[in-house]
Design a protein around this ligand. Structure first.
Ligand SMILES: [Zn+2]
Length: 258
């Protein structure tokens, strides 16, 4: 389900106007909903009743609000259910009050955290202004509320590079090398958790994936350096030397010719 566009394209639905409106739009332009409230509530409720988890593409904070409203309506009086029943995809601009509501209702985000890297300068200087841009992908705010989350690349929008996700979550550096929202940085352990056990949990696969336990599938990678020990800035340079799927090696890094 897709109730929102993208902030970098200025189509995400916001609760207050874009810093710089796109060509031909007035200063009150705040994006737009991809569907009306009734349609959002109806479809979220429909799939929830069928027992399906509802993953909604939700970028701007007005779109987040619509999804929260729809999930609340679908839950009815049942509060604090399994947060995997309602997953907010991207959640780029989810606000503090909305995170409170998500913790209360049971809604789980998956953050596209490399937004801070690829479009962070653009968000700060043009799309949102410094204040809102600093809160893009608010991982630390979610963590403070004990909301579990995963991280994703939204491939092919951004390349599939898990170490860049981790590096980005820990450093929040933009393309020009500035830190965007230092207070939203998280420790490397939290970033690792978000691409392993919490990602598995989000898909209901934590019984077979996401951590190293006897009886799990042994889907894992071997890295050339320990992410818990390297300098935070070097996290993205860590290389995968072996990939194991269901216990069987399926990739070996080619050895350099000596
Ligand atoms: Zn998207």
């Amino acid at each position: 389900m897709d109730p929102s566009g993208s902030p970098q394209g200025k189509t995400a639905w916001l609760s207050s106007p874009y810093r710089t409106p796109p060509e031909g739009k007035g200063t009150d332009y705040a994006g737009y909903p991809a569907m009306d409230d009734a349609t959002a509530t109806e479809s979220v409720t429909h799939f929830h009743k069928l027992g399906w988890p509802v993953f909604a593409h939700t970028n701007g904070d007005a779109a987040c609000e619509q999804f929260i409203r729809a999930a609340a309506a679908a839950r009815g009086d049942a509060r604090g259910g399994d947060p995997r029943e309602f997953v907010m995809i991207h959640a780029q601009m989810v606000r503090e009050d909305q995170l409170d509501e998500m913790a209360r209702l049971g809604i789980m985000p998956t953050f596209f955290v490399t937004h801070t890297y690829y479009w962070g300068d653009w968000h700060r200087d043009n799309v949102l202004g410094p204040e809102r841009a600093a809160r893009i992908s608010p991982l630390a705010s979610a963590r403070r509320r004990k909301i579990r989350f995963s991280l994703h690349n939204d491939s092919p929008v951004a390349p599939i590079r898990s170490m860049v996700l981790i590096w980005s979550a820990v450093n929040r550096l933009t393309l020009s090398g500035k830190v965007l929202g230092p207070e939203q940085r998280v420790p490397v352990e939290a970033a690792l958790q978000a691409v392993t056990i919490d990602a598995a949990y989000q898909y209901g696969e934590e019984g077979t994936k996401g951590s190293l336990r006897a009886g799990k599938l042994a889907d894992l990678v071997i890295l050339n350096r320990n992410p818990l020990k390297v300098d935070a800035m070097e996290l993205r340079d860590i290389e995968i030397i072996r990939t194991v799927s269901h216990g069987i090696p399926i990739y070996e890094r080619p050895q350099p010719l000596s």
